[in-house]
Ligand binder design. Sequence first.
Ligand SMILES: CC(=O)SCCNC(=O)CCNC(=O)[C@H](O)C(C)(C)COP(=O)(O)OP(=O)(O)OC[C@H]1O[C@@H](n2cnc3c(N)ncnc32)[C@H](O)[C@@H]1OP(=O)(O)O
Ligand SMILES: CC(C)C(=O)C(=O)O
Ligand SMILES: [Mg+2]
Length: 512
Amino acid sequence: MSEKRRIIIFDTTLRDGEQSPGASMNIDEKLRVAHQLEKLNVDVIEAGFPIASDGDFEAVKKIAQTIKKPQIAGLCRANFKDIDRAWEALEHAGERGRIHTFIATSDIHMERKLQMPPEKVLETAVRAVEHAKKYTDNIEFSCEDAVRTRLPFLAQVVEAVIDAGATTVNIPDTVGYAIPHEFYEIIKYLRDNVRNIDRAIISVHCHNDLGLAVANSLAALRAGAGQIECTINGIGERAGNCSLEEVVMALRTRHDIMPYTTDVVTEHIYASSRLLSTVTGISVQPNKAIVGANAFAHEAGIHQHGVLMDKETYEIMTPESIGLNKNKLVLGKHSGRHAFVARLKELGYDLDKDDIERAFVRFKTLADAKKEIFDEDIDAIVADEIIRIDERYKLLQMNVTSGSFAAPTATVQMEVDGQIRKIAVLGAGPVDATFKAIRELTGSQAKLEQYAVGAITGGTDAQGECTVRLREDGREVIGQGADEDIIVASAKAYINALNKMASVMERRRVSI
Ligand SMILES: CC(=O)SCCNC(=O)CCNC(=O)[C@H](O)C(C)(C)COP(=O)(O)OP(=O)(O)OC[C@H]1O[C@@H](n2cnc3c(N)ncnc32)[C@H](O)[C@@H]1OP(=O)(O)O
Ligand SMILES: CC(C)C(=O)C(=O)O
Ligand SMILES: [Mg+2]
């Protein structure tokens, strides 16, 4: 396919997107999103609806003053008051300021909502565009509810507003009612029946009530539309608008059969999605196309195997193309040996076949009980099941003094790599003194992440059970120890964890 047609990306996250319940943003938040949209390199940012509130007016004005590259649009009804207020905010963007005015053209909207006859709507539309023309040549006009508008009337309005000076005519599917082939026919009808259609860019603005906003937008391109209106994460009225990331990535990924390009820097898509979620508090569903947490994640063994052999077996675009580092092989109960071994290798373990099999059995048992298996779980499986823990460190004897008067002191004797060592250390309490003594005797640098004490049975003669979690060089191990004396149990747990850590590190050193 030779010539590609450049499609204008009109982002309305800050206007239609903001109309989603709960998505209202203050001035600073809108400005942050606008900066990100500029990085993304969209062509037009619809910054708000200036007559809506003083806050929105200020936000549009600030964005018009600050953002330097994209055009800045502001929405206004088809009346002079709205248009004047919109321009007051937009004029700061100079020639990049776009007045976007609209009125509904469908019978139901005209009769029931506006209570205006069609002739009055036509006249109002033309007068609005003529009024906007006093300020700028950059005028977009939208026929609200175009999809449910009688086509001859739609064509009449479009032709009249272009004559009045509109440079972009927008055909919204306001209620997300269209089906792709039908929407294609609507745009084609306008191309074929509006005398001056070549003097304006045809824009489309699709809502997602039937989940067809992206499909309808793509169908419209085929019929000659030159601008797509869309939002980050597809936010917007009700079920949302055409999602920017989906439509742009569809064009990029299927450039083989769609002769269109955009200037969007797709590598900023993921960051834009995250920023918007953070700012609005509206999170993205995990299975959302392109930016959902699972969009580049694989849990099923057969898929993981395929992806390990060649990513393209199950990935039609690269995570890098939207700004993600890499895909994710999630280990869970559907995973197979290929992915499990790959993760073991990533973690630095080079196990033989039998060890892998034993670890895999243990992994599946754990995966049945747990939704996701993390690296720490694998370390624990390997440390507990596979690696014979050489007892580098053994506790021989210990004595601790503490109380309300005596300074807590631990005297500990250990065997470290076959040598007998002994030390006495002061601490903040008996456990602290004991752990300090063990650290000094072993020279360990591992960080104590967690220390927990519990009783195995009830009563004052109960066995005390302690758990110690240590971290070193990104590895975590858990040690356990039990004794009637809780301080001795603590020492045993600490030494058990140190032995596991030493084994894990040794195994890692050998396999690297
Ligand atoms: C499809 C869309 O997304 S359209 C954009 C929707 N976005 C918004 O509505 C967000 C911002 N809106 C607002 O802040 C307010 O609705 C305002 C400031 C615009 C108007 O507020 P109010 O004056 O209190 O009117 P209200 O919202 O209750 O009713 C809308 C009025 O605008 C009229 N109207 C609706 N669309 C248009 C239009 N395109 N052109 C001219 N008048 C219109 C209605 O007929 C109604 O008029 P009436 O007050 O004479 O009965
Ligand atoms: C104002 C217009 C463009 C709109 O948002 C719609 O019709 O959905
Ligand atoms: Mg809309």
